[in-house]
Design a protein around this ligand. Structure first.
Ligand code: DGL
Length: 266
């Protein structure tokens, strides 16, 4: 049981940042990753469709006998985590709880900013989790939909990204938050620009590291930590045009090129 793979999924290839961190922290774990590149982005879709797609990705991984599921996508974690937990017979970890715990450990003035896709922000999932863990914290959240294509274009220090970021981040900056959750798989790519606008005193929280750490704790608690000497890594996407391969390299590193297999969820 413990040497079965960890299933990781995302609406696209952004979740590879989470997979990369899991591989770094847990080098004996085998991994199966699936990104729904045929239907990304999810962040501008309705909750019903996001949940339907999330369940299809869950089924794909459960059929491959994974020992646990990591929902690397903030949008699916925000909208459909409960539904996924209901159908899963293995433990499920989303990215919201780990990022919130990290943000609460970081903030000093108890003011936290959250940025994400429209679906994530409208779901108020981050706010609910923050209030659950600490009701005294003030929260300012805002949707930054254009950050996804900007990150995919590799505009990490392009002036256009700077202009968009300045516009999006105005309210979070004036809220006085000392900690900002980057509540989307793509935003860490733009962290340089975000940091420049928010200022050096604001800490940025990226979900990849905290999620990998909470996964390690979850596996340890359930006696599920693997001891594979030769772990396997499988990466699936639902569409693989040349651009997806280039962007995947940006999120995971060149080592991913040539290893993405195309599958259909039907
Ligand atoms: N993976 C999504 C997230 O973390 C971003 C891309 C999308 O909108 O599907 O919210």
């Amino acid at each position: 049981m413990k040497n079965r793979p960890i299933g990781i999924f995302d609406s696209g290839i952004g979740g590879l940042t989470v997979a990369k961190e899991i591989i770094r922290l847990l080098p004996h774990e085998s991994i199966i990753y699936i990104g729904d590149t045929a239907r990304v982005p999810y962040g501008t879709r309705s909750n019903e469709i996001i949940a339907k797609f999330g369940i299809q990705l869950t089924d794909f991984l459960l059929k491959r006998n994974v020992k646990c599921l990591v929902v690397a996508c903030n949008t699916i974690s925000a909208v459909a985590l409960e539904e996924i937990e209901k159908i899963s017979k293995v433990p499920v970890l989303g990215v919201i709880k780990p990022a919130v715990s990290e943000a609460l450990n970081t903030t000093k003035n108890k003011k936290i900013g959250v940025i994400g896709t429209y679906a994530t922000i409208n779901s108020r999932a981050y706010e609910k989790e923050i209030k659950k863990q600490n009701p005294d914290v003030e929260i300012c959240s805002t949707g930054c939909p254009l950050f996804v294509p900007l990150a995919e274009e590799g505009f990490s220090d392009h002036p256009a990204a700077g202009l968009v970021a300045k516009d999006y981040l105005g309210s979070v900056k004036s809220s006085g938050a000392d900690t900002l959750i980057l509540g989307c798989t793509h935003y860490p790519i733009l962290s340089g620009i975000v940091k420049k606008i928010m200022g050096p005193e604001v800490s940025l929280i990226d979900s990849a590291g905290p999620t990998a750490k909470q996964l390690q704790e979850l596996l340890k608690a359930r006696n599920l930590l693997a001891d594979n000497r030769d772990p396997s890594y499988e990466f699936f996407v639902t569409d693989a045009p040349k651009r997806v391969l280039q962007v995947a390299g940006r999120f995971f590193g060149d080592t991913i090129n040539g290893r993405l297999k195309k599958v259909s969820l039907d």
